[in-house]
Design a binder for this molecule. Sequence first.
Ligand code: NDP
Length: 303
Amino acid sequence: MNILDGKHVSQVILSNAKQQIEQMQAKIGRVPGLAVIIAGNNPASASYVKSKAKKSAQAGIHSTLIEFDAAVSEEQIIDKIIDLNQDASVDGILVQLPLPGHLNQWKILDHIHPKKDVDCFHPLNQGRILLDRSSIFPCTPAGIIKLLDYYNIEIKGLNAAVIGRSFIVGKPMAALLTNRHATVTLCHSRTRNLPELLRRMDLIVSAVGIPDTVTADMVTENVILIDVGINHIANYEDAVRLCDQEETAKFSRKGYAITGDISKQAFKKSSWFTPVPGGVGLMTVALLIENTVALFNQHHSLV
Ligand code: NDP
């Protein structure tokens, strides 16, 4: 059981980005700009956005947070996106999801200029991902591929299951693994006999958002386990059962602990696994920064 250490690999990516940004500033006279839009008061979204802003600033990116209250209209967000599309100091635009329920997310996301679409939410970029013709890829799946590459894990030929089919994680993850020659099964809430299917896999990516989606009896020895799920556990007994020791120890201070979708016992059977926290989440933020740098380079025809 070896750790795919998102903390370490994300720091490597961040320090490379920082160096590149210093060179860009010397050459172009400005640093890459990232605009993050958040609407409503979802505490999980607020904490992701805070972490994204903090890490972007550390890398030297100029990051702007645009906050709307929960009653915002589609038109108000779209008007802001149109401004940002025209703002030459902004290279990347991210709309933090989920949006409040009354908003049509597709209508909003369709307005992000495809060349500023830092997490590939625009339909044009979703198509490019499938065709393997995109210059950047969605932050979470791209971060997972980076992590596997960093530890020299060969993806080609693996039988892989992705659990969860959102357009943010599951679907692009399946596409990226297919592009790298894995044989991929995309699973969801209507998948029949999930445990039996998972036992045949060399690699499992779980992006569901339910603890214990993958337990030890569902996996074979030496499987590679990638845990995307982020679950807030508010009950101490559940935290002891579901979370790792370090996270459980923080329970009394924070009032909750975080765990993923995959059980601790399943990790024990794996050859490689991503801890939660300390795995995929940190890679997602690192890729947001790497993608912003890539969009800046394209903006200035540096690639
Ligand atoms: P969504 O809620 O959009 O998708 C969840 C998916 O899980 C759906 O496809 C759903 O199936 C499937 N599902 C639900 N129940 C089951 C089940 N019992 N068995 C199999 N599949 C099931 O979530 P996201 O993709 O946005 O996020 C998933 C998780 O990943 C969340 O915990 C989120 O917080 C986390 N996340 C973490 C990130 C990171 O950086 N670490 C980044 C983004 C998300 P169906 O389509 O049939 O409804």
